[in-house]
Design a protein around this ligand. Structure first.
Ligand code: SAH
Length: 246
């Protein structure tokens, strides 16, 4: 149940929060937990706070980067209490987020990403997301404990899953019409970056321009077929570029 919906915790400081998040997930039928560079794991405190969800803690995968944690996902939603400057599509209402997440999860893996207790997600990490979501809260005190934020969003996902339209009438789209994985999108942006530099449009890597283009394509939500069309276009432009020395 809900096996395609992954919870990713980035560099969690308190192992207890990992256990409490696992418990929050299990109450809502989620099972796929991925930890990016946790400070202490495995840890007795994580197991203690899991309180019956030890199986999720034991089954958690530990990876070295967020990119690795979400490479196979078609939608990656970063949970953040604050709006950042990056113009990614943003859900102000968690139930809207949960509906689209559940819809995409019928065919492909998707992820909900949570930041560190002290400083959340970095801009580079947010850039790896396709969307952001905020839990509406007291404007003067709106930051939830990590595992409680997991609980709220896991609840919304479970609710959306219970109310999902019956899939019998809605066959899964063929792969080429579905969203690309984050890895496929990453390869596209690398390719675009190479062509921008090779053509002289950019004379050196320019993080801001690249971030703006990433946000543009995040909003456009190209299908795999559209993305391969763009890759073809880039490849043909690349062939006409003067060969660079060195
Ligand atoms: N001090 C950090 C917040 C850390 S709370 C900061 O200012 O960014 C730990 C994590 O819980 C956050 O990274 C986020 O993923 C989640 N979280 C906490 N409150 C949230 C809220 N209101 N909306 C969405 N996510 C929230």
């Amino acid at each position: 149940m809900l096996a395609n919906i992954r919870i990713v915790l980035v560099q969690t400081y308190h192992p207890g929060n990992i256990g409490a998040s696992a418990r929050a997930m299990k109450t809502m039928g989620l099972t796929d937990l991925v930890l990016v560079n946790p400070r202490r794991f495995p840890d007795a405190e994580a197991t203690r706070l899991a309180a019956g969800a030890e199986d999720l803690v034991e089954g958690a995968r530990v990876v070295a980067s967020l990119a690795e944690a979400v490479a196979d996902c078609v939608q990656v939603v970063g949970a953040s209490a604050r709006l950042r400057s990056l113009p990614l599509p943003h859900f102000d209402e968690p139930d809207d987020m949960a509906r689209t997440l559940v819809e995409h999860a019928t065919a492909d893996p998707v992820a909900l990403v949570f930041g560190r207790e002290r400083f959340g997600l970095t801009n580079d990490e947010i850039r790896l997301c396709s969307h952001q979501v905020s839990i509406p809260a007291n404007p003067d005190y709106g930051i939830l404990n990590l595992s409680q934020a997991v609980q709220v969003l896991a609840y919304e996902v479970f609710r959306a899953w219970r109310r999902r339209p019956q899939s019998d009438h809605r066959p899964t789209l063929p792969a080429e019409q579905r969203q690309p994985t984050r890895e496929q999108l990453g390869h596209f942006h690398d390719h675009l970056g190479r062509v921008m530099q090779g053509s002289g449009f950019l004379t050196q890597p320019h993080a801001q321009t690249e971030a703006q283009l990433q946000a543009l394509f995040a909003r456009a939500q190209p299908s795999r077929k559209e993305l391969s069309l763009l890759r073809g276009l880039l490849a043909s432009l690349e062939q006409r570029l003067p060969k660079r020395e060195g």
